[in-house]
Design a protein around this ligand. Sequence first.
Ligand SMILES: Cc1cc2nc3c(=O)[nH]c(=O)nc-3n(C[C@H](O)[C@H](O)[C@H](O)COP(=O)(O)OP(=O)(O)OC[C@H]3O[C@@H](n4cnc5c(N)ncnc54)[C@H](O)[C@@H]3O)c2cc1C
Length: 368
Amino acid sequence: MSEPTKAPPAAAGRAATKKELPEHFKAYKHVWVFIEQERGQVHPVSWELMGAGRKLADKLKVDLAAVVIGPPGEAVQHAATESFCYGADLAYIVADDVLTDYRNEAYTKALTDVVNTYKPEILLLGATTLGRDLAGSVATTLLTGLTADCTELDVDADGSLAATRPTFGGSLLCTIYTLNYRPQMATVRPRVMPMPDRVEKPAIRIIEHKLGLVEEDIVTKVLSFIPDRDSAKSNLAYADVVVAGGLGLGSPENFQLVKGLAAVLGAEFGCSRPLVQKGWVTSDRQIGQTGKTIRPKLYIAAGISGAIQHRVGVEGADLIVAINTDKNAPIFDFAHVGIVTDAIRLLPALTEAFRARLSPHSRDRIAS
Ligand SMILES: Cc1cc2nc3c(=O)[nH]c(=O)nc-3n(C[C@H](O)[C@H](O)[C@H](O)COP(=O)(O)OP(=O)(O)OC[C@H]3O[C@@H](n4cnc5c(N)ncnc54)[C@H](O)[C@@H]3O)c2cc1C
């Protein structure tokens, strides 16, 4: 399949529908980013969205605000303060004991409450498990539109959010507008937007919003919290080195060669979608449009053709090395280094060569 057809420049495709913005829209101002934090850990996608949000706010000449929701205490205060280092002009905190653990009902109430009070024109959330759950119910409650899994965000000439995302199985990119409702909401998957530089900055303005919600009003109860201790769980999205295999490897046994090279390099391993569908590899290892988006410093793809749905998940990598027997494979159109050979023979040779040359210390250096 060829590269996805690019969406026309923002606003070009909707000239016929363009009209004066309704008067009550004028009350909606500023760009907001929902800062996803759980038990003191801020999800890095929140800072990636601050980078994207900063650009939108600068174009619109409005403020960029961070919204932090959680239980009262150090964690929410820290997340709010940290947001200024990633470009926030102000931060809203909704802190309440009912927000201790994520529950859709309580978080939806908290976010819709603060939106209805301060009226942002754009609201961005990470397309994480939590973010997807929250964004859908917040948009439904606010009776506004939500564009999910965006790959580009921009503002057009009249200040509308132009939210671009893949459609028709990734063969087309479409730009979606929320013309008749506010706020305009969008989610973006982790690693789709680059991480902005962190610049030390003191907190400028923090607004604490009181939530009038009591525990008895919430139907869902958290009985206990069991942390995920699965050490084999992948950290693909944020790995510096990734080795992945595709159908060209021919069997689950041969996929072990990918794992072997990844282990020697201190890398994460991943795969193309058919390997998940065949049950060779678990779904958390899938890279691409319906899997993880990655931005490693080094990506080694063995026996992967480079279909567009795979390509969109890897093109943020600094260096892509492709191993494929077919010199016309699409992956060679975007790989930086192409090796036309049998991956089943090359992978063990690479593993041995790196094993011989790399001490554990220098493996750490590859990833830094
Ligand atoms: C809606 C939708 C969403 C999708 N989402 C994703 C997604 O998130 N991620 C994803 O990966 N795919 C996704 N796909 C599937 C995608 O279209 C491709 O089918 C898939 O990426 C192909 O996987 P592959 O490259 O492993 O297999 P193939 O396309 O079969 O390619 C195998 C490659 O291996 C090469 N090869 C064969 N033998 C060897 C050897 N011994 N050594 C080296 N090379 C060899 C071949 O030349 C070939 O290029 C999606 C498809 C749809 C419709």
